[in-house]
Design a protein around this ligand. Structure first.
Ligand code: ARG
Length: 565
């Protein structure tokens, strides 16, 4: 039942306009006293050459009554619509009951592919908090796009090629200890990598040796390649441990090395298109005209670079996936890199260059003194996850010591808290990692939303209404609290579309907190357990709908909700 469409039709008829011109202008008033839907007349003032309040008044006089609205009222420049409560709640709740976890899906992106490049840590280097942000944001976008009908493709563009490997090989040959690497994996690799940088400052000839190992790698030298492969395996083991805990998988793990045999042709193409210029022995694309430093394509020794691989990857992805958009989720400090090579793709004549989108995000700062001092400057991802889980377990021990499966639940709550905290603000804002605030069952946190979910489950268990009977007396849930919960539930689909349009998962996380807060108002004022059968059934249906939307919203964010906590 589409109230917005009905309102648009009524306005279109009264104003003698097209529905399409109207529908996008209709909004949901912040204050429900102003109705459930409102049509502001400001945008029509120009075409109709009349003052907005005048337009509103005329529409109000001509508009036909509809049985979907209880009242249509003109206030200043607005035409306000008050939905018929019974029709509204039965429409919303009925739809959730029928669709279950599919509720909120739409077909906005039907038939379109969207490639999302995220996480993309670097082999032999630590998986740091920036990679965590990329992983969590990318995964949420992946799910959001899927839910609105796109086919999302996740790509982990692993940093598995480049100058650092020459250095790693030199470092390993000098100080490496196979057993230590196997035991401590990336920790040990990054230890010797840091040492390399300290030593190479004093002995620049080490860099020559590193370069020669890189050349060997490029030429397929057996020893060089087998060491490189081993570094990759060691790193992937660690990365996979983190992905497993976050419940994340990728559709493609084609990293930078995947483009080794594809770059020659791309460089050739750039050259043929007369974009390549020599500068200090290197090959560049001059971007002065666009107020950017040149984009480096080939080093003076012929080696390829990060932008070369990105350009090749984009061309490959366009062929392979025919994407409607290709998103790159990385920290803000890579802005220039993306702006430069997007420009090169555009200059190469590809009109789809405008479908490449950088999705930047802000930094993470650690409030928790234990974490920031524990290991010097490198904060290990697993330490972060472990300390979140540890804290969650403490809170559970305190609040609900008899809970079965405490460890498992603490894992979900701790990890959920980290993810939710990361997704609660506009991406570009810096994230503060403050365990005490994040892992709180009240406040705007992941555990609060999970807790509300667990409460819904418990209510349904107590009423024995885990299956809601189809016969619902909807009149019972037309009170203001129930209406407010239903209004919010009814916005789920649109919120997901908004989140995709802005590439902002916080639209979903904030929505879920709103829903939980409204649920709380509903629950405080509406007795469920111990009411008469019809009342219990109707209110349980609201609880069921809230539970369903929380579950699917949280799983879109990449967070699991335990049934009890
Ligand atoms: N490996 C890079 C880093 O750790 C991120 C790669 C992002 N993706 C891309 N296609 N450039 O900073």
């Amino acid at each position: 039942m589409d109230f917005k469409m009905e309102a648009a039709k009524a306005i279109a008829a009264a104003a003698n306009m097209n529905i399409d011109e109207i529908i996008d202008i209709i909004e949901v008033p912040a204050d429900t006293k102003m109705g459930d839907l409102a049509f502001p007349c400001f945008k029509l003032a120009k075409t109709l050459r009349k003052a907005p309040p005048m337009i509103a008044k005329e529409i109000g006089e001509k508009i036909e009554k509809s049985n979907m609205f209880e009242k249509i009222e003109v206030v200043n420049a607005y035409v306000n619509f008050y939905v018929d409560k019974l029709k509204f709640v039965s429409g919303v709740i009925g739809e959730v009951l029928v669709k279950g976890e599919k509720y909120g899906e739409s077909n906005v992106g039907e038939g379109k592919n969207i490639v999302i490049d995220y996480s993309s840590p670097n082999i032999a280097k630590p998986f740091h908090v920036g990679h965590l942000r990329s992983t969590v944001i990318g995964n949420a976008l992946y799910n959001i796009y899927n839910k609105i009908g796109y086919h999302s493709i996740s790509v982990n563009h692993l940093g598995d090629w480049g100058t650092q490997f020459g250095k790693m090989i030199v470092a390993y040959k000098l100080w490496g200890d196979k057993e230590a690497v196997e035991r401590d994996d990336v920790k040990e690799l990054s230890r010797i990598y840091v040492k390399y940088h300290e030593e190479a400052e004093k002995k620049p000839e080490m860099d020559d040796e590193a370069r020669s190992w890189l050349v060997k790698m490029q030429n397929g030298d057996e020893e060089a390649i087998s060491l490189w492969k081993w570094f990759c395996e060691i790193s992937m083991k660690e990365f996979n441990r983190i992905y497993d805990r976050l419940g994340i998988k990728f559709d493609s793990y084609a990293g930078e090395s995947f483009y080794n045999d594809k770059m020659d042709a791309v460089v050739e193409e750039i050259r043929e298109k007369n974009l390549l210029k020599e500068s200090e022995g290197a090959q560049i694309v001059d971007l002065e005209e666009y107020n950017m430093p040149p984009c480096l394509i080939l080093r003076s020794d012929g080696g390829t670079l990060y932008p070369t691989r990105d350009i090749s990857a984009a061309i490959y992805r366009k062929k392979e996936y025919d994407f409607a958009k290709c998103l790159y989720v990385t920290a803000l400090d890579q802005n220039l890199h993306f702006a430069q090579w997007f420009k090169v793709v555009e200059l190469m004549g590809y009109d789809w260059a405008s479908d490449l989108v950088h999705i930047p995000f802000g930094l993470v700062s650690l409030q928790d003194s234990k974490l920031s001092t524990r290991k010097g400057h490198v904060v290990l991802m697993e330490d972060i996850l472990n300390s979140a889980v540890e804290r969650a377990l403490n809170v559970i021990e305190e609040k609900n010591p008899d809970l079965p499966d405490k460890e498992k639940i603490a894992e979900k709550v701790g990890i959920g808290a980290v993810i939710f905290n990361d997704l609660y603000n506009s991406r570009i804002k810096n994230v503060v990692f403050d365990l005490e605030r994040m892992i709180n069952f009240i406040g705007e946190t992941g555990p609060y939303v999970q807790y509300t979910y667990a409460r819904c489950c418990s209510i349904l268990r107590k009423t024995g209404k885990e299956k809601i009977s189809e016969e619902i007396d909807y009149k019972i849930i037309t009170d203001e609290n129930s209406m407010q919960v239903c209004r919010t539930i009814g916005q789920f689909e649109q919120k997901l579309i908004d989140a995709a349009n802005k590439n902002e998962p916080y639209i979903v996380s904030r929505y879920l907190v709103d829903l939980c807060q409204e649920f709380s108002g509903f629950y405080d004022n509406n007795r469920i357990v111990g009411s008469d059968e019809d009342t219990m059934n109707a209110r349980a249906a609201v609880v069921y709908a809230v539970k369903t939307v929380i579950k699917s919203g949280m799983s879109i964010l990449g967070i699991d909700c335990p049934e009890q906590m």
